[in-house]
Design a protein around this ligand. Sequence first.
Ligand code: NDP
Ligand code: OXD
Length: 321
Amino acid sequence: MVFEGTIHHMLLLHLSDVDEANWALKFREALGDYPVVRRGDDFDPADIRYIFVWKPKPDAFDGLTNLKAVLSLGAGVDALLRHPKLPRDVPMVRFIDDDLSQKMTDYVVAQVTMHHRLFTRYQADQKARRWVQLYPPAASESVVGIMGMGVLGQHAAERLKALGFTLRSWSRSPRSVEGVEGFAGEAQFDAFLGGTDILVNLLPLTPETQGILNYETFSKLHRKLDGGPVIINGARGGHQKEADIARALRDGTLGAASLDVFEVEPLPAESPLWDIPNCYITPHIAAISNERTGVSYFSRILKDHEAGKPLVNVVDFSRGY
Ligand code: NDP
Ligand code: OXD
């Protein structure tokens, strides 16, 4: 592939909290003679055509006057969209990847099956040396409600279906997926919750979905089984009200919670959630972007775009995802 005037076409990496040097190495291998630079390198910002970002600093977009696309390492772009200097006239491409979907599904399946099999209850019994045979229901008798029926929600639904769970979903627009009862929009939210035993959150964080995992939501869930309803949040901490989760876990409105994301990350040491036995905490590791597949995905997008093809998986700024 020939890039006209290569010196004026560059990819800039601006990644925080991940191994940027390694990503740069892999991008250089994949892109050949297409220049790849990092923040500290000597380059003219006007030469940057693509910026690949994760947790960008306030000056990330300064001087990038010839930017053609913002490439997001994250599948979720909520933080990026809140960046005060994000150029709103430049398209943003988010990460969509089989490896990422598989990892998120692994997380969701692990948590759903753990709660379905009453793990919280048996762990407490084990600690108390108590032998009480309480039979978990069949998978088909447990209704898993997935909020967010996009790339990740649909992937998780397929795997949970194969395990025999009864499934329902909630999205912004109606979604028709075989074997999944679909609900859409605010008007159907309560009906969706009313039949859900185990609630899985895979929504993007937008002004509409902020704080959606709150006490009122929990009190509308269905599960009457030992322990009560369960929530699993693999999406964003901004979706949840942690004070409400702690209260609901303590008063029995919720039976258990699996949380991968938090209002403040890292979760502060003084958070009450750490000490609640039926709260299962993981440090935002449900689905970490893979360097190999990430470089392959974004290199393909960059090369195609340089060759005149349209960008794919472009974020809709008006929807916020
Ligand atoms: P998608 O954009 O593919 O899917 C979003 C889904 O949410 C769509 O079904 C959409 O509805 C629905 N939705 C959006 N807004 C609303 C609303 N107001 N009411 C009801 N439904 C709504 O996203 P992905 O599946 O790729 O990713 C989901 C999120 O997962 C990401 O935004 C990110 O925050 C999180 N994530 C977390 C990771 C982790 O490690 N913890 C890793 C990767 C992602 P519609 O179908 O009508 O458009
Ligand atoms: C993502 C994440 O959005 O890792 O990809 O949270």
